[in-house]
Ligand binder design. Sequence first.
Ligand SMILES: [Zn+2]
Length: 100
Amino acid sequence: MKNSIGKRKGKRASSNDEFINGERQKARELRKTKWWRNKTSQGHCYYCNNPVPPRQLTMDHLIPLSKGGKSIRSNLVAACKECNNKKTHLLPFEWDDWVQ
Ligand SMILES: [Zn+2]
């Protein structure tokens, strides 16, 4: 028997994109919050623990969005550009903000 109820097939590739876009948007919003300012004001990178000027810290997802990670506080850390850059699952939007 075919399962005719439920999701349609054909455009399912976009559902993940939608998820990622939504989470990216949330991350942008979180970056404007006091919580993020407090986090970056500590002035060091989550990964290498080197001192980094707050303005040079980037927002990084511990579990990448591409792996189903979410833009929630417990999944977000402040990382220096170098460490962020080393990560395989680089999130281009985080760099967009830097390349302004
Ligand atoms: Zn680092």
